[in-house]
Design a protein around this ligand. Sequence first.
Ligand code: NAD
Ligand code: GLY
Length: 378
Amino acid sequence: MSMMTPAVEAAASRRAPPERIRVDIDERGYDILVGAGLLTDAATYASLPADAVAVVVSNTTVAPLYAERVASCLRGRFRAVGLVSLQDGESHKAWPAVEQIFDALLATGADRHAWLFALGGGVVGDLTGFAAACYMRGIAYVQLPTTLLAQVDSSVGGKTAINHPLGKNLIGAFHQPRLVVADLETLATLPQRELVAGLAEVIKVGAAADAAFFDWIEANLDRMLGRDMQALALAVGKSCTLKAEVVRRDEKEVGLRAILNFGHTFGHAIEAATGFGAWLHGEAVGCGMVLAADLSRRLGGLDANDAARVAALVERAGLPVRLPAVAAERLAELMLHDKKAEGGVPRFVLLDALGRARVAAVHEHLVLDVLRDGGAAP
Ligand code: NAD
Ligand code: GLY
């Protein structure tokens, strides 16, 4: 996304067309576009209505990098284009930010036909989607994910939410976007720690849903860590394809979709215990996957070699594999607020094998054993 010199323009015109993945859920279906240079290409938005009001939602880190160029591209199509820049960080995934989005919509003259554009990582995406679900009882929105984590996971599937001090994502709605645009060029400005956090969700989808993809991640991890664009394009495309299929089969998480929460019961408790933001979401999920693999092994599902492969891959990615200094009992208590908990009993995504996951309640004493051992590789 550099300024377009003639040479860059020529290169852009030779760019391959984006990969197009369909989230096929009847009248709420939509495309995910994966490619380079998409955010500022007018063709990206060609299917959107002309002459509506648009508001781009971003944050104080991402807006200076990309928002003006996106807004000027949208001005070719929309009647009025507003921009709101939220404070950056997980701790701001809360009501005041939602109110700011409503204020910007009203200031731009947005009616029920207005469109929101979420330009940023998962925090901006979740906030914007939630505001879109609420404003005038629901307006359209587009996801423009700029982190690896948002491109491979959070921008797809219509889960929107804000946090509550007692737990992650407790206030929210299912509200599908109309389009997802994963522009791989935005990953060039992403800090390495954030890239690594995104790899946690790539590992997650391989571990929970596709053993061959897990093998591919093991073999190509170094390329992704080195930002090889071909490897990252493949990781984003494959993760989105797998997620689109899960969402097609279980949009509202009645059953199957819960497998996409592998590592998250532990991970959400780590995030809540450490005060949203100290650990990145992907880091908490990384450690959570090591614990969940260990729990699966102790329950006799996953063999020790495969549990060790999960732990080794998480560690090699540069993600934490040991718990923070928080009492096991405190983490166990926080898990009771997890959305998968039923009747006061937390439920976990367990692996029977790599690529094969299920959800089950687990007796507290076993969970405490895993927490006390703290994510040690089996
Ligand atoms: P994030 O949104 O906080 O972004 C990480 C950091 O990178 C931020 O500081 C951000 O400003 C910055 N950033 C974003 N894009 C950048 C770029 N291109 N260049 C430079 N800096 C950039 O974090 P995240 O990891 O993207 O998302 C985590 C959030 O996503 C959590 O709140 C989590 O709960 C949520 N999530 C939601 C779903 C879902 O299905 N809705 C799934 C997974 C995670
Ligand atoms: N990130 C899990 C899901 O979208 O269901």
